[in-house]
Ligand binder design. Structure first.
Ligand SMILES: Nc1ncnc2c1ncn2[C@@H]1O[C@H](COP(=O)(O)OP(=O)(O)OP(=O)(O)O)[C@@H](O)[C@H]1O
Ligand code: SF4
Ligand SMILES: [Mg+2]
Length: 316
């Protein structure tokens, strides 16, 4: 359904070029969920924004292939992309979106707006559609008359998910959709997302820094580090048998209530994306470093359905 190849999004800043997305490739089949995980600043939101073509003014380069059901979206003009693709076929729940609902508009109107403005629906028909979507996200239909300040955080987040669903997309990018919520509300929303996946056959790109959440929903996991996917594979394989040293550390650093296992942490800091380390970007923090790691960037190695970017797995 979605095929992303060698996606690049670099930003121009006064200090230099930020290589936020640096050759990202993955595929998603219909109805599949891919979790995109990694530390803050590794380029998760930038990857999502690049796919949705929501680019800031300071873009230094934007290239690669983004194919949706065989059509190369990168070849489309911006207008064509907004008319046919954005929100209708791929939509997105932005990081922190529930805090940017318009405080002076009723939520029903905010969800209905694209139908009215872009699809020529009248208010009555648009609201009917909104109520159907509200039911899908388990909100009462009376909510359409309320203002954002009258809603709880969980309800606001459901409204934002309704906004992403209103145009009937088949792929929804969820950028940290529950990270501002308490664990119970978070679990409820995760259950709704799971139900929507089943009933509507939705595919998701689920962006999170929370590996426990990723394991709840994901069929597949992509681990991002310094603008690159360093490991990609089936969720159970990645969680049970992580191969890349970074994935291993990331999983070992997740706290659990049930064991008294000592938490590991990853020494050092994520790479500076303006002056990245030479060779493998993880080399300054990696316990398995070899001479070559400092000199030459590793090439991706495929092992069955898994792809790893690390010299330890390179075939000689
Ligand atoms: N418009 C921009 N101009 C310059 N640098 C940017 C811009 N947007 C993001 N960046 C930088 O690009 C890198 C990747 O940012 P991005 O927001 O994609 O990370 P992220 O993985 O989503 O992080 P988080 O988990 O904190 O949301 C960061 O170093 C960030 O500072
Ligand atoms: S390539 Fe070398 S430094 Fe990078 S993760 Fe693998 S072993 Fe560590
Ligand atoms: Mg982000």
């Amino acid at each position: 359904m979605l095929n992303v190849e060698n996606l690049i999004l670099h930003y121009q800043t006064r200090r230099g070029i930020v290589r936020a997305v640096d050759g990202v490739s993955f595929t998603i089949v219909k109805g599949e969920t891919m979790a995109l995980v990694g530390e803050s600043g590794c380029g998760k939101s930038s990857t999502a924004n690049a796919i949705m073509r929501l680019l800031p003014r300071n873009v230094a380069s934007f290239s690669g292939k983004v194919e949706l059901e065989g059509e190369d979206l990168m070849k489309l003009q911006d207008r064509e992309f907004s008319r046919r693709i954005a929100w209708k076929r791929i939509s997105m729940v932005f990081q922190g979106a529930m805090n940017s609902l318009n405080p002076v508009l009723r939520v029903g109107y905010q969800v209905a707006e694209p139908l009215i403005i872009h699809e020529g629906f009248d208010m009555r028909h648009a609201l009917k559609k909104v109520m159907e979507v509200m039911e899908l996200v388990r909100l009462p239909s009376s909510i359409v008359d309320r203002y954002p300040h009258e809603l709880s955080g969980g309800m606001k987040q459901r409204v934002v998910i309704a906004m992403a669903l209103i145009m009937g997309p088949s792929l929804v990018i969820l950028d940290e959709p529950t990270s501002a919520l308490d664990v119970i509300t978070q679990a409820n929303i995760m259950n709704t997302l799971k139900d929507l996946k089943k009933s509507l056959g939705l595919a998701y790109i689920f962006i999170t820094h929370d590996l426990d959440l990723a394991s709840e929903l994901a069929d597949k996991v992509a681990v991002m580090y310094g603008g690159k996917i360093v490991e990609l594979g089936k969720a159970e394989d990645i969680f049970e048998d992580p191969r890349h040293p970074y994935t291993e550390r990331l999983i070992a650093s997740v706290p659990t209530l049930r064991t008294d296992r000592k938490l590991e942490f990853i020494p050092g800091a994520p790479p500076d994306l303006i002056n990245p380390p030479t060779g493998c970007l993880f080399h300054p923090r990696c316990p398995f470093i070899h001479e070559i790691c400092k000199k030459k960037p590793p090439a991706p190695v495929e092992e069955g359905e898994r792809r790893i970017l690390c010299w330890l797995y390179a075939r000689s």
